[in-house]
Design a protein around this ligand. Structure first.
Ligand code: KIV
Ligand code: NA
Length: 270
């Protein structure tokens, strides 16, 4: 199977509607990437790995080193999906030049096809700077978790007119600046729908609307592997219980010496 490309993703909305919604999930490790890849159009190496993999309190402390290491693993574990790597907080906001250096490092060290960064109008010049220099950018508007300290939490965005207008202006700004797609996170459904209709690039929703051009979720959340999840997460599996049962069996087998058996041990020949 040949790997999808950024232009192929963009062409999915060529006529103004995405007939078949884009399927995107997060991946941080090689085995998970292998399992998700055949079913997805895009894999996101999200900075949500800060909480999910490293137990950090937010995405703010995530480093470029972490994103590069996990990004490379996910590229090695995938053959079909477009791999997008999040730019971590502090690696791109100061200037377009700084963003280019960070993004170039991510592309060189991971082999991914694109980067994602948070922000709308304020980041538009940076998005333009990167895209004009050959780095495809996915934008991320609405609830932007790297701004948790400024937003004061992770609640839904767009509950008043000023916020609603800002989210729509942000979507227009990133599309005009050349972003190839935009994530809309935690916005009221009517805003997500308006955004999807207003911009020519695919809008990928999370806690947004089924009317978006695609959906993304944190894989560990939808698999039931992470303890605290937002209300917009549907649990498609209860993997934590599955793991718990298997480990309970293993522990019992070790303690009563029923594991390992002859099948799992090496015996002298003859
Ligand atoms: O870091 C992440 O996982 C994300 C998605 C939830 C969009 O940015
Ligand atoms: Na992210």
């Amino acid at each position: 199977m040949k790997r999808l490309t950024v232009p192929a993703i963009q062409r999915r909305k060529a006529d103004g509607v995405t007939a078949e919604p884009l399927v995107m999930l997060t991946a941080y490790t090689v085995r998970m990437a292998q399992l998700l890849d055949p079913h997805c159009d895009l894999l996101l190496v999200g900075d949500s790995l800060g909480q999910v993999i490293y137990g950090l309190p937010s995405t703010v402390p995530v480093s470029l080193d972490m994103m590069c290491a996990h990004g490379a693993a996910v590229v090695r574990g995938s053959y079909h999906s477009v791999v997008v790597v999040d730019m971590p907080f502090g690696s791109y906001e100061a200037s377009p030049e700084k963003a280019f250096e960070s993004a170039a490092r991510i592309l060189k060290e991971t082999g991914c096809a694109a980067v994602k960064l948070e922000g709308g109008q304020a980041m538009a010049p940076t998005i333009r700077f990167l895209t004009e220099r050959g780095i495809p950018v996915m934008a991320h508007v609405g609830l932007t978790p790297q701004a948790v300290n400024a937003l004061g939490g992770y609640g839904a965005r767009g509950r008043n007119d000023a916020e609603k207008d800002k989210i729509l202006a942000d979507a227009h700004a990133v599309a005009d600046a050349g972003a190839f797609a935009v994530v809309a996170e935690g916005v009221l459904e009517p805003i997500a729908i308006a955004m999807t209709q207003a911009v020519a690039i695919p809008v990928i929703g999370i806690g947004a609307s089924a009317q978006c051009d695609g959906q993304v979720l944190v894989t560990e959340d939808m698999l039931g592997l992470f303890d605290r999840v937002p209300r917009f997460v549907k649990r498609f599996a209860d993997m934590a219980s599955f793991v718990d049962a298997a480990v309970q069996d293993y522990a019992a087998g070790v303690r009563d010496r029923s594991f390992p058996t002859a099948d799992q041990t090496y015996q002298p020949k003859g």
